[in-house]
Design a protein around this ligand. Sequence first.
Ligand code: ADP
Ligand code: NI
Length: 218
Amino acid sequence: MNQQDILQKTAEYIQQEFSHDSSGHDWWHIYRVWKNAITICEHENADSFIVQLAALLHDLDDWKFNDSADETPLRAQGWLDSLNLDRSVTDAVCNIIIHISYKGAGVQNKMDSLEGFIVQDADRLDAIGAIGIARAFAYGGYKNRPLYDPDSPPQLHASFEEYKNSKSATINHFYEKLLLLKDVLNTPTAKRIAEQRHEYMEQFLSQFMNEWEGKDVG
Ligand code: ADP
Ligand code: NI
C-alpha cells in the first residue's frame, strides 16, 4: 500500500470507531483535526505522513474514554502494527499520541517533535472558537456537568490528577483550558487561526454572564 492508501484506510477505520460518539469526540472532530493539521503542515517543513497518521489516530486511546493506566497507546499501536510500517513511523506517531493531551494549566507540555507540535495545535484549534464552545457543552452534558455554577470558581490545576478528577461546571473549563490555549500553541499558523476563535469565545462568555444576571437589556 502506498501512503495515500494507508491514510485512506486509517480514516475509514477511525470513522467506524468514532461513529457513535456524542461527547464532542466524534469522527467529525477527528476529520477537522486532520484537515487543520494538513493546513498547518503546508507552512512547516514536517513529515506530512506522520502528521496525518497521528491526527487520525490521536484520540483512539484518549484517557477520557479508556481507563488504561499504561502510557502506550495500545489501540493505535495495534493498528499501526497491522500496516507493517517502518518502526520509526510507528514510534513517532505513538510518541505524538502519548503527549498530545492537555493535562492542566500548570502542567508542562512534553511534546518534542515538529510533527507533534502540528497535531497538538490542530487538536487545540478544534477546542476553541464556535466549535470549541459546542464541544465543551457536549462534553459537559456527557459528563453530567452543570452549565455554570457561580459558587464554584475555576481552578488552575497544577497536576494531571487534579485536572482529570475535576467535576466542575463547563463554564469553568473555558478558564481552566480553552482561553489559555492561544498562548500555548506551537506554530505561527495555528496562532494566527486562533486569534479570531479566541475573541469569539470571549464575546460568548461576556454575553453568557450578561444573560445570567438579566443584564442584557438593549
Ligand atoms: P485534549 O486531549 O487536549 O483534552 P481532545 O481532542 O480530547 O483534547 O478534546 C478536548 C475537548 O473535550 C475539550 O476541548 C472540551 O471540548 C472537552 N472537554 C474536556 N474536558 C472538559 C471539561 N472539564 N468540561 C467541558 N469540556 C471538556
Ligand atoms: Ni482530539
